[in-house]
Design a protein around this ligand. Structure first.
Ligand SMILES: Nc1ncnc2c1ncn2[C@@H]1O[C@H](COP(=O)(O)OP(=O)(O)OP(=O)(O)O)[C@@H](O)[C@H]1O
Length: 327
C-alpha cells in the first residue's frame, strides 16, 4: 500500500469582491462587497505515484485549488498537507520537494538562454554537477531539448517553451509535480511528447502528478483518476474508467438512403439530409445488421464509442446526473 502524499480536509477558499454596480462611481465609493466561494469543503487524499486530473468549466475553481496546494494562495479555512508540509507555513523547504508549472508564470528568464536559467536553478537547489548532467541527459532523451538550451526563451515557440518549463520544474527531482494547463495551445506532436515524457517520469521515478486541464486528451492519455469541480464543489472524484462507464453507448452514423424498420427506429436520434445518427448500448450493436439488411443504398457507416469528451459534455449539460460525491 502506498503513502498519501497529499491530504486535504475541510478546504475552503472565498474571495471578496466589490459589488458589480452599473455605475462606475457606485462601484468605487461603495463599501459593499460579495463573497465568491471558489473552493467549498474539499476533502481528498492523493497517493504516491498517482496522476490526478482536475477538470471543470471556466471559473470552476481549478487554479484556486492548485494555488493553495502549492502554497501560493492561503485557504480561508481547512487543512492541506503535502509530503508532510503545510504549503503555506513551510514554503522555503516545501518548494524543494515540489515542481510547479503555472501557465501564466514562467520559470525561465525571458531574455537569457534556457541553459542559464537551468544553471540558476541548479545553484538554488544545490544540485551537484554530476546529478545536473544526468538530469539533463534524461530530459534530452525524453524531450530532445539539446538544440533549445542555448536559445533565449523569447525566441522559443510555445511548445518548445512548455517543454523547457517542465524541464526546469523537474530539475531537482520533486516528489510532486503540479501542472496548470500544460498543453494549452500546443500542437498534437508537442502534446504527445509531453504526455509521453510525464508518463515516463511517473513510471520510472514514481513522481506524483496533479494536472488541471480543459484538454480531455491530457486526461485520456495521462490520468488514472479524475477530480471534477463545478462552482467550487467537488462533484466527482474517482477512477477515469468509472467516469467512462457512466455512458457506454455507441454512436452509429449511417450515410445513404435508408429504409428504417420499426425495430431500428427506436435507436434513431437524428436524421438530416440522408445522414442518420443512431445510439445504442453495446448489447444491441447488432442493429447494424438490421440497418444494412433493409437498405442497399448505404454510402458510408461510422461507429464511435462515447468518449470522455462526450461524457464530460453531458455532465456539464446535466444530461448525466452524478450521484452525490462523497467528500
Ligand atoms: N484573486 C481573485 N479575486 C477574486 N476572485 C477570484 C480570484 N481568483 C479567482 N477568483 C474567482 O474564483 C472563481 C474560481 O476561479 P479559478 O481561477 O480558480 O477557476 P478555474 O477553474 O481555474 O477557471 P479557468 O478554467 O477559467 O482558469 C472564479 O469565480 C474567479 O472569478
Amino acid at each position: 500500500m502506498k503513502n498519501n502524499v497529499i491530504k486535504v480536509s475541510g478546504l475552503n477558499k472565498d474571495f471578496k469582491i466589490s459589488k458589480n454596480y452599473d455605475s462606475f462611481f457606485k462601484r468605487i465609493f461603495s463599501n459593499s462587497s460579495e463573497t465568491i466561494s471558489a473552493i467549498s469543503d474539499f476533502n481528498f487524499t492523493v497517493e504516491t505515484g498517482e496522476i490526478l486530473g482536475i477538470l471543470g468549466k471556466n471559473g470552476a475553481g481549478k487554479t484556486s485549488l492548485i494555488k493553495m496546494l502549492t502554497g501560493i494562495l492561503t485557504p480561508t479555512s481547512g487543512e492541506i498537507e503535502v509530503i508532510g508540509y503545510c504549503p503555506q507555513k513551510n514554503r522555503y523547504k516545501y518548494t524543494f520537494s515540489i515542481g510547479v508549472v503555472l501557465g501564466q508564470k514562467s520559470l525561465l528568464w525571458y531574455n537569457i538562454p534556457v541553459i542559464e536559467s537551468l544553471k540558476l536553478y541548479k545553484s538554488i537547489y544545490g544540485i551537484d554537477d554530476e546529478k545536473f548532467n544526468k538530469r539533463l541527459a534524461l530530459f534530452e532523451r525524453g524531450f530532445a531539448i539539446k538544440k533549445l538550451l542555448d536559445v533565449p526563451v523569447r525566441k522559443l515557440s510555445l511548445g518548445e517553451r512548455m517543454k523547457c518549463e517542465i524541464v526546469a520544474s523537474l530539475l531537482h527531482d520533486p516528489t510532486v509535480l503540479f501542472l496548470d494547463e500544460p498543453t494549452i495551445g500546443l500542437d498534437v506532436i508537442s502534446k504527445e511528447q509531453i504526455h509521453k515524457f510525464l508518463k515516463r517520469m511517473n513510471k520510472e521515478l514514481d513522481t506524483t502528478i496533479i494536472i488541471t486541464t480543459h484538454n480531455l486528451d491530457d486526461i485520456e492519455k495521462l490520468c488514472n483518476r479524475v477530480l471534477l469541480i463545478d462552482h467550487g464543489k467537488k462533484i466527482f472524484d474517482g477512477a477515469k474508467d468509472h467516469l467512462l462507464s457512466l455512458d457506454d453507448k455507441k454512436t452509429i452514423i449511417v450515410k445513404g438512403k435508408l429504409n428504417i424498420s420499426p425495430s431500428v427506429s427506436q435507436y434513431l436520434v437524428n436524421e438530416n439530409q440522408n445522414v442518420y445518427k443512431f445510439q445504442c448500448s453495446k448489447d444491441n450493436i447488432n442493429i447494424i445488421g438490421e440497418i444494412l439488411k433493409d437498405s442497399p443504398e448505404i454510402s458510408d457507416i461510422e461507429i464511435y464509442n462515447n468518449n470522455l469528451e462526450m461524457i464530460i459534455s453531458k455532465i456539464y449539460k446535466g444530461e448525466i446526473v452524478l450521484n452525490d460525491c462523497p467528500n
